[in-house]
Write a protein that binds this ligand. Structure first.
Ligand SMILES: NC(=O)c1ccc[n+]([C@@H]2O[C@H](COP(=O)([O-])OP(=O)(O)OC[C@H]3O[C@@H](n4cnc5c(N)ncnc54)[C@H](OP(=O)(O)O)[C@@H]3O)[C@@H](O)[C@H]2O)c1
Length: 282
């Protein structure tokens, strides 16, 4: 029996992956902010007789302290982890700059910093597994730049810009993680699912007309969750040999793209480390 931790495993792509592994007989730990969604996940697990292998941990992962609490809880309850899948996100595009109580831009905190903190914080427990994998569901293979002088987009904030910027930060997170991992047992996979028909993508749109248009577009170009997760399942079951790889659906993404620049990755790694150090002193 494998143990898989999935952030954002209570909805959308994450829930699809969680249910697949529960059905297969594995143990699945999901993390989400809503207890109601967590209860639904546990109820579904009971229905297919997997209640003893389904664990829900409630946490607001936009907060560093909550990520640290989850790390401690996982480490105290489980000797090893086999896979970690990062799916937690909020598709809503904030119109204005919004900070968490820790003074971190919300989208940056949830979509990038959480994955940084959990990845490094759970590294040792993951290394106890036979074939450990971190699969970061983000958006590799898209162009764009990072602003290393303003990684949280504090200046000239735009919600849409912050989202795209977050995707590029995750590209660099994967590069730095693989580069700094001297043990090299963990396979880090950056995965772009392309357009997937999850409720989160539609709920994030306030305007009813825009929402209907988006639903129509996603119905045409997007995939249902059950179909979209198939390449993810394959990668988790048969991870590539390289310490870092990137995929857009089933297609390999070249790591020679500028978005995977090693120097930028290391700079971002250092800036993030300093930011976390500053936070822990507060
Ligand atoms: N869907 C697409 O078309 C698409 C395209 C490209 C990339 N992606 C990426 O795929 C991943 C999954 O997307 P999705 O569409 O499946 O998302 P989704 O359906 O909206 O699900 C998001 C998950 O994240 C959790 N979450 C949200 N805020 C949280 C918080 N503050 N703390 C902890 N958990 C939180 C949600 O649970 P709660 O609400 O209970 O917190 C839910 O389980 C994301 O990384 C996304 O960027 C998706």
């Amino acid at each position: 029996m494998k143990t898989i931790l999935i952030t954002g495993g209570t909805d959308g792509i994450g829930k699809g992956i969680a249910n697949h592994f529960l059905n297969k007989g594995d143990r699945v730990i999901v993390v989400g902010s809503s207890s109601a969604k967590g209860d639904l996940f546990l109820r579904d697990a009971r229905q297919f007789g997997a209640e003893d292998r389904a664990i829900f941990l409630q946490a607001n992962l936009s907060l560093v302290k909550e990520n640290k609490r989850i790390i401690e809880e996982v480490k105290s309850r489980f000797d090893s982890l086999d896979k970690i899948v990062f799916c937690a996100t909020n598709h809503k595009t904030n119109k204005e700059y919004f900070e968490t109580q820790e003074g971190i831009e919300f989208s940056f905190g949830l979509s990038y910093l959480s994955r940084f903190v959990l990845g490094y914080g759970l590294k040792e427990v993951l290394e106890q597994g036979d074939s450990p994998v971190i699969l970061n569901v983000c958006a590799p293979g898209m162009n764009g730049t990072v602003n290393l002088d303003d990684i949280q987009n504090k200046r000239n904030y735009s919600g849409a810009k912050a989202k795209y910027h977050g995707s590029r930060l995750n590209d660099l997170l994967g590069v730095a993680f693989a580069h700094n991992d001297t043990i090299g047992k963990i396979k880090y996979i950056l995965f772009n699912p392309w357009a997937v028909q999850t409720s989160g993508t539609f709920e994030a749109i306030d305007h009813p007309v825009t929402k209907s248009i988006m639903k129509l577009i996603y119905k045409t170009i997007g995939k249902p969750v059950d179909e979209a997760i198939l390449p993810i399942i394959d990668l988790l079951d048969n991870p590539p040999k390289h310490s870092l790889s990137a995929f857009k659906q089933r297609k390999k993404v070249s790591l020679s793209m500028k978005t995977f620049d090693k120097e930028n990755a290391q700079k971002l790694h250092n800036i993030t480390g300093q930011m976390l150090e500053g936070l822990s002193k507060k």
